[in-house]
Design a protein around this ligand. Sequence first.
Ligand SMILES: [Fe+2]
Length: 253
Amino acid sequence: MLWSQEVLEVNPDCKVSVDYVGKAKIKVLLADNFYRHPEQVSQLALNLYYTDTPNLVGSYPGSRAVVTLDTGPLLQKFSELWGEPLRPHFSSYHPVIFSAITNRNYRLTVWQRQPHIDQGVTAMVYLNPEGLCSGGTGLYRHRPTELERVPIGITPELIRLARQHGLNPDRLKTEDGHAEFLNTVIFNPDYAVRENRYINDGNDYWELLYLIEMRPNRLVIFDGRMPHSQHIQPEQFVEYYRINQILYFKGHD
Ligand SMILES: [Fe+2]
């Protein structure tokens, strides 16, 4: 079996559902039975070479593999489902990226023991077969600030929060200042789980608002500006990997 454009064909009868999460009713889109040939996608994905080089994985708690196929038709389908054009975040071409996570001998960083945000809109397809799926992806509300979503731009709310925490709001305009704000006010290491595990059902600082359940061949598209995290129990994914395809799109406020 080899890679070809047909491998990424979408099932025309996939089952689409939409949920609205939190007080702000933020859209989460699910499409079950998403790929037409899910076994092929999974099988080919499993045979790739995965790397954990920081340039490719960033702060992701696993490793990644990339395939260069034309994802144009796929992105077209995602845009139709999402209801607005989705453009790749990093460059005009979006490669096929697979992510693999294992709990075997894995030490999570403080950033991986609490939720995080992505650059814009995030899409993911869970690729483990039936029987090897559990947990999923949690969407969280930050209890101390009550934020359910971190805006991309500088909003009056962020300025108010910066002042409240003794930070100069002008610093939000710089990349370093913005990162300092996020890591102090929202993703503060003190808010992370102490033990070596994912945040899962939440803690005193993070409330689990919604669990995107991991199911075979399920696509999810959500606003990556909502704090989110893998929802994985420490005893899961020790004997086999949690595999999914991941795509990052530009977002807007
Ligand atoms: Fe993410």
